[in-house]
Design a protein around this ligand. Structure first.
Ligand code: WTA
Length: 629
């Protein structure tokens, strides 16, 4: 583990000069069933990347079995319910072993074999962690779908990877709401021919319809199983999971992560970035449905033998003090959350924070979107009390683990800067012509020019799209889709997406996907969606909508459009603002000039740049006048 800045610099240098030796050392701290023959083979033009070739392991032996001698009775998963009056659950490593082995046997008994895809659509309860690990234990590929997505989104994801099984629950609690997960799954499964089994956890005692043969209760199935399931021997490059992320065009992309490199990198980054010390309690507030939950609720912390806190609820319920209450109650040492949560809690009276003893905190983290300076300072002062280093961690679903970040207490932080690349990460800033911009005080597009172990290997079923999206803009380099600056100290500041992806409350959304949902409304002829700066969400969704007929009841139609989007994608994609327009600004070749729409959405109406190439410049005047502030 890195313990000071000199060591960081040494490791960084070594990782650049001798990457194979460097990663050999890191990988050797894990448990392998068979050592690898070669460390790395790659070609960023093809693209193809393989790490720890010939190595065999099972990630669950690293997350569970190898801890059973030293920390069988230590809490592995500490679970806090949505309802503060429901007792929390403490699952020791010993119990985790029993639960995961049983769940693994449950999968096998229901026909799941190595390589099969299993969709997990579940609430934030320990059984969800067991479900992921059970898949990994038997070598099945999990595909977790965030339980806030609609039936339609679930259908797309299940069918894209032909999942054989769905693991779900009757319902999920979220603050004062209860979501009927099973009925969403029932609707989805009408269109998913590959699924032959659906196992349902009883979380909310909802009465649900169970389709004979297909649907089974978790508690009944688990009762029949033994608690011994030999971990499948996985090749380092076998698939561990698929996780969908929005693309700037077309349907979501199933990012493929493999067993060996992902295990090594999540373990390494968890320990070093957060400077995790034996016995600490770590709380990442993300949902397991996102990559942050995969890497830093489950795999990173458990492989390091940490106590990982899993929270079912939301920051605002029963009141705006819930996070701080949980920190006090469980004496959380490391707290990792998203800027959008910080901004919403910052708006609440400070008394919600002051009520609680936060003195257990030692390290704070931020992830998912750029953190603005004001939120950074509020977090530092009121939550960290000026004593906790903040690690602003930049990374992506595609990168599998943290890429650019301070090391807690080691790297000098700077508000809104993700600071320096971790060892093994070689960023390059590019100009639009495709040249690398060297030196400091520069700005451009962020690429990575050398492989790291946990990078996605492909898009499931569409390697060409993987190449087109990530390796074609700057041939020979991985393109992140983000813009960034490097300042006079060589520190990186991520400025946001440079493609048609917007990040709303930390969730990536393709504007094309929202547009096609809006267009499903029968009154809508076409639409264009852009992001706009939003106080709490970071970015909000602004939709320009062209209807077939004049709009007589705009409020009514707006609500209908929001409902359609909610139904097709999920409530997180609902537009915040909908402006009805008679046409969209298009070039003569028919391309929508999003640049203009973005400016209007940002409230800028004077300097819209060059509009001479527009087919109908008059439309811009109309759009400006009707802009929603
Ligand atoms: C953005 C989440 C600035 C970025 C782990 C990236 C950030 C996208 C940061 C990936 C950060 C993530 N500072 N921007 N610390 N972290 N991003 O796939 O635009 O949900 O490309 O992965 O979030 O989002 P994803």
């Amino acid at each position: 583990m890195i313990t000071n800045l000199v060591e960081y610099k040494q490791q960084y240098r070594e990782s650049n000069l001798e990457p194979e030796e460097f990663w050999t050392k890191q990988a050797s701290t894990l448990l392998w069933k068979k050592k690898w023959d070669r460390v790395l083979e790659f070609d960023f033009y093809k693209p193809e990347v393989k790490w720890f070739i010939g190595g065999k392991l099972n990630i669950t032996e690293n997350c569970i079995d190898r801890h059973l001698t030293a920390r069988a009775h230590q809490t592995a998963i500490l679970w806090e319910s949505n309802d503060p009056s429901e007792p929390s659950r403490k699952i020791t490593y010993q119990q985790l072993s029993v639960e995961v082995n049983r769940a693994a046997n449950m999968l096998k008994a229901n026909g799941i074999q190595k390589g099969d895809r299993v969709c997990i659509y579940m609430p934030m309860v320990p059984e969800t962690a067991f479900a992921l690990l059970a898949c990994a234990r038997v070598g099945a590929v999990h595909s977790v779908v965030f339980a806030g997505f609609s039936a339609g989104s679930l259908v797309d994801r299940i069918n894209d990877s032909n999942c054989k099984m769905v693991l779900t629950a009757d319902g999920a609690y979220r603050g004062d709401k209860r979501i009927d997960l099973k009925s969403i799954v029932d609707e989805a499964l009408k269109k998913c021919p590959s699924v032959d089994k659906c196992i349902v956890l009883n979380r909310t005692n909802l009465s649900v319809s169970m389709q004979p043969v297909r649907d089974l209760w978790w508690h009944e199935e688990i009762r029949k199983t033994s608690d011994v399931c030999v971990a499948e021997e996985m090749d380092a490059e076998d698939l561990l999971f698929i996780l969908y992320t929005s693309g700037s065009t077309g349907k979501p992309k199933g990012m493929v992560h493999t067993c060996g490199g992902y295990a090594v990198y999540t373990n390494y980054t968890f320990k070093n970035v957060f400077q995790y010390k034996e016995g600490q309690t770590f709380w990442c507030t993300a949902d397991v449905g996102w990559i942050t939950g995969h890497s830093y609720i489950i795999y990173g912390p458990l492989s390091a033998g940490a106590t990982t806190l899993m929270f079912e609820g939301v920051p605002s319920w029963p009141d705006m003090g819930r996070f701080w209450h949980v920190i006090e109650k469980h004496k959380v040492n490391i707290f990792y959350t998203a800027p959008t949560a910080i901004r919403s809690l910052e708006k609440a009276p400070l008394s919600f924070v002051e009520k609680y003893d936060l003195s257990s905190l030692q390290v704070l983290g931020s992830v998912g979107e750029p953190i603005n300076e004001e939120a950074w300072h509020w977090y530092d002062k009121n939550i960290g009390k000026g004593n906790c280093p903040i690690v602003d961690t930049w990374w992506q679903t595609e990168t599998g683990g943290i890429m650019i970040s301070p090391l807690a207490g080691i790297t000098k932080t700077k508000p809104a800067f993700a600071t320096l690349p971790l060892p093994g990460v070689q960023p390059a800033i590019m100009d639009e012509a495709g040249n690398e911009i060297e030196g400091n005080n520069v700005e451009g597009r962020l690429t990575i020019k050398f492989p790291w172990p946990s990078m996605a290997r492909t898009i499931y079923g569409d390697h060409q799209r993987f190449k087109d999206t990530y390796f074609s803009t700057f041939p020979g380099k991985y393109f992140t889709g983000d813009g960034c600056k490097r300042d006079e100290d060589g520190y990186y500041r991520i400025t946001g997406r440079v493609d048609d992806i917007i990040i709303v409350s930390g969730h990536n959304m393709g504007t094309a996907e929202i547009e096609s949902a809006i267009d499903e409304h029968s009154a809508v002829c076409e639409s264009a969606v852009v992001g706009f700066p939003h106080d709490i969400k970071g970015q909000g969704v602004y939709a320009f909508v062209v209807t077939y007929d004049p709009v007589h009841e705009p409020i009514h139609l707006r609500n209908e459009i929001k409902d359609v989007v909610s139904k097709i994608i999920g409530p997180i994609a609902k537009p915040d603002k909908i402006q009805f327009v008679s046409g969209l600004p298009k070039t003569r070749s028919g391309k929508i000039m999003r640049r203009i729409l973005r400016k209007v959405a940002e409230g800028e109406t004077s300097n819209l740049g060059d509009t001479t190439t527009l087919l109908d410049p008059a439309i811009v005047e109309e759009i400006k006048k009707g802009a929603i502030s």
